[in-house]
Write a protein that binds this ligand. Structure first.
Ligand code: TXA
Ligand code: MG
Length: 315
């Protein structure tokens, strides 16, 4: 099938996916590199394209709770959270249903599955047309910035992955990942839905993953990384530094600069985060000086990504 990459339709994307190919699809959070979650060969292609460690499981995207129920078991609390936040940027880690038709590589051998129902209409339409759940990590090579536009995906994979263009992602930051088991919900990755919103919906506190190790297997310290080093809690940009500012009181600088949200709005900052990092990364500065961002609400997820981008460890 000859397809001009920028003209891929939802029907084309679904046909490719049904045939076992990879397609990058838009979601409200970031673009996902999707494959038929029931097809082991297709899922393997995701790990190869991303150079993703095989122990790092994938999020399974469903068109609705009914599809999700074929894969995982919902406790009453999980059902309430799904009811409140789906479709939308909340991923629930739930016990895998025995006999669920999922390629084993999707879960990296775990007894749980991460599931979510995206709210981007094109994502939903593709899943419906495929008629099967789609495994999709963020559509970036492992350890690099998540793409929030079709163009960023094309750049990341040198045009080798077909992209369904659904415009810029409206949230711009990954989903919140919460494990729901017997006790309190456990926050595995801060994301678009804040800890406070989940606690309010659950009627109880959200706890952090105990043990301090890697909560979600993919949460390596260094992640979401630009090539340029980051300097956090900066008051201003030093010589040779680019500035990533936030809010109305950004310091003046002669160097390259972006403001995540001149108005100091955390939602706007989340939307702009990866695009701003990508732009400043390309500016050739020695480092990116990042201003302080408040830790409340969405700020927790933004700061999580910034800490990981600045953090130690392998890239
Ligand atoms: O917003 C998002 O969540 C995007 C869009 C495309 O949906 N996806 C995304 O996928 O961020 P990815 O692969 O970049 O991150 C998925 C995270 C990884 O840290 C992985 O380890 C974790 O989810 N994960 C997947 N299955 C899990 C499980 N059963 N238990 C714990 N963590 C799991
Ligand atoms: Mg990712």
């Amino acid at each position: 099938m000859a397809i001009a990459r920028d003209e891929l339709s939802v029907a084309d994307a679904a046909e490719l996916l049904r045939g076992g190919a990879l397609v990058a699809i838009p979601t409200e959070t970031v673009y996902g590199l999707a494959a038929d979650a029931t097809n082991p060969d297709a899922v393997l292609k995701i790990f190869e394209a991303k150079s993703r460690p095989r122990f790092n499981p994938l999020i399974v995207h469903c068109s609705g709770p009914q599809m999700a129920e074929t894969i995982v078991e919902f406790s009453p609390l999980a059902g309430e959270l799904a009811q409140k936040f789906w479709p939308g940027p909340l991923t629930l880690v739930l016990p895998r249903r025995p006999g669920a038709a999922l390629a084993d590589l999707v879960t990296a051998g775990l007894l749980t599955v991460a599931v979510r129902v995206p709210s981007h209409p094109m994502a939903n339409e593709v899943i419906e047309r495929v008629g099967r759940p789609l495994a999709a990590p963020s559509a970036n090579p492992s350890g690099r910035l998540s793409p929030t536009t079709a163009e960023a995906v094309r750049e990341a994979f040198a045009g080798e992955v077909p992209v369904l263009d659904g415009g810029p992602c409206t949230e711009g930051l990954e989903s919140t990942i919460v494990a729901v088991g017997e006790g309190a919900p456990v926050l595995l990755r801060p994301g678009v839905v804040s800890r406070q919103e989940i606690a309010a919906a659950a009627g109880r506190d959200v706890v952090d993953h105990a043990g301090g190790g890697i909560a979600a297997p993919g949460m390596l310290a260094r992640h979401y990384a630009p090539a340029t080093p980051l300097r956090l809690h900066a008051k201003e940009a030093g010589p040779g530094e680019a500035l990533l500012a936030f809010g109305p009181d950004a310091p003046a600088t002669d160097g390259p600069a972006r403001n995540l949200s001149p108005a100091g709005d955390l939602g706007e900052a989340a939307r702009n985060l990866f695009a701003c990092l990508r732009a400043l990364d390309a500016a050739g500065a020695d480092a990116i000086a990042v201003m302080e961002i408040p830790e409340d609400g969405l700020g927790e997820a933004i700061n999580d990504r910034l800490r990981r981008a600045a953090g130690p460890g392998d890239r």
